[in-house]
Design a protein around this ligand. Structure first.
Ligand code: BYC
Length: 331
């Protein structure tokens, strides 16, 4: 596939020059006015690199995130469930592609991003390093993981970088369906036989805490938050969004008839908020360091899929070359 080139930049002067000062002033005014930075606009190098960091990690999460559910496509309990799950996993592939495209507008190539991922040098969401031993895990992923993703991603629809914010609008719409289908799987199980209800409870017990970790480290341990919020990439802090998610889950646990695995969860009358027990940050750090239950197999699988897909990339490149050649002869 054709590599993407760095979009033409509108900087007129060298670093520290009067021109660059004007560009910075213009950039700051766009951010202050809550307008959008577009690919050809001047932007500080650190804004660009921070966006590449976040958007590429987000894209990788969508792609690696296909694996825990793809594992259940052939084993889903009915044809209808299979069809729904296939559609959901395809949606995640689409999300990855929109996000890689958004990152490419910043001058990084798809090949570079993919290479970093398969070399184990790129991050992707911690949540996808856990196993899915039962059908109920499909429900827990849809309800909790997509639920947390929506909570985190709806504010990203207003991210100051245009291509990222616009990609997020469609992604969030699709995530809402995903969340509903997960809830529905769990609702059926929790209103089924005692064994089915127990299966639903066990899956929720497995996924609840890791889904809280999706929001990132606590605010005092989040090195990127302050700058990302000043640039209006992030609109809320990690803890604010995590708190919002916990508040959303409580009535839904009740509707499902399932128990929240957080035994220390309590309602604070003064703030009107649900306060969580302590998150196991050692577990979070271990998963980020590559020592989660499924880190190794997720990367191995991605690497193999990339190698198996080499012929598709070669065929596409050859087809594009022939098209160019034909166009040249025709001209
Ligand atoms: N997992 O300073 P912080 C989906 C890293 S997929 C791994 O707070 P930031 C779905 C962080 O990157 C949706 N790494 O960072 C798909 C940073 O590392 P570097 C996934 C994490 O960026 C299939 C360091 O820790 N969602 O929905 O301000 C099926 C310090 O953190 C995690 C997104 O990708 C983590 N959980 O805030 C079903 C959302 N948390 O780069 C569903 C987009 C933190 O400094 N991303 N790190 O080495 C974001 O919103 C933000 O990047 C985060 C972190 C809130 C995740």
């Amino acid at each position: 596939m054709a590599p993407t080139t760095t979009p033409e930049r509108t900087t007129h002067g060298p670093a520290g020059s009067a021109d660059e000062h004007d560009e910075q002033t213009r950039f700051d005014a766009i951010i202050a006015a809550d307008q959008r930075i577009e690919p050809r606009d001047w932007m500080p190098d650190k804004y660009r690199s921070s966006l590449v960091r976040q958007i590429s990690q987000h894209a990788h999460s969508e792609i690696i995130g296909m694996q825990p559910e793809a594992n259940w496509i052939t084993r889903a309990p009915s044809l209808k469930r299979k069809a729904i799950l296939i559609a959901k996993v395809q949606d995640e592939a689409g999300h990855g592609l929109y996000l890689y495209s958004a990152a490419q507008t910043l001058g990084v190539t798809r090949e570079e991003m993919t290479q970093k991922l398969i070399d184990g040098k790129a991050r992707y969401s911690s949540i996808f390093n856990y196993h899915t031993p039962t059908w109920a895990d499909m429900g827990a992923i849809g309800w909790l993981v997509d639920g947390a993703a929506i909570c985190n991603q709806v504010p990203l629809c207003r991210a100051s970088y245009g291509p990222y914010g616009r990609a997020m609008v469609r992604i969030c719409k699709e995530e809402s369906f995903h969340q509903r289908q997960g809830f529905e799987i769990l609702y059926e199980l929790s209103h089924g036989t005692p064994e089915q209800k127990q299966m639903a409870q066990d899956a929720v017990n497995r996924w609840y805490w890791p889904s809280l970790m999706m929001f990132g480290p606590s605010d005092d341990a989040s090195p990127n938050s302050a700058q990302s919020m000043a640039w209006k990439i992030k609109r809320f802090s990690n803890d604010e969004l995590r708190q919002r998610f916990v508040g959303m889950c409580v009535p839904q646990f009740e509707a499902l008839g399932l128990e929240c695995p957080d035994k220390d969860l309590r309602f604070d009358e003064e703030t009107g908020q649900w306060i969580s027990g302590e998150i196991d940050w050692d577990e979070f750090m271990a998963v980020l360091d590559g020592r989660g239950p499924a880190n190794g197999e997720r990367l191995d699988h991605r690497r193999t899929a990339h190698e198996d897909g080499a012929w598709v990339r070669e065929a596409a490149a050859e087809y594009a070359r022939k098209q160019r050649e034909r166009a040249r002869f025709a001209a």
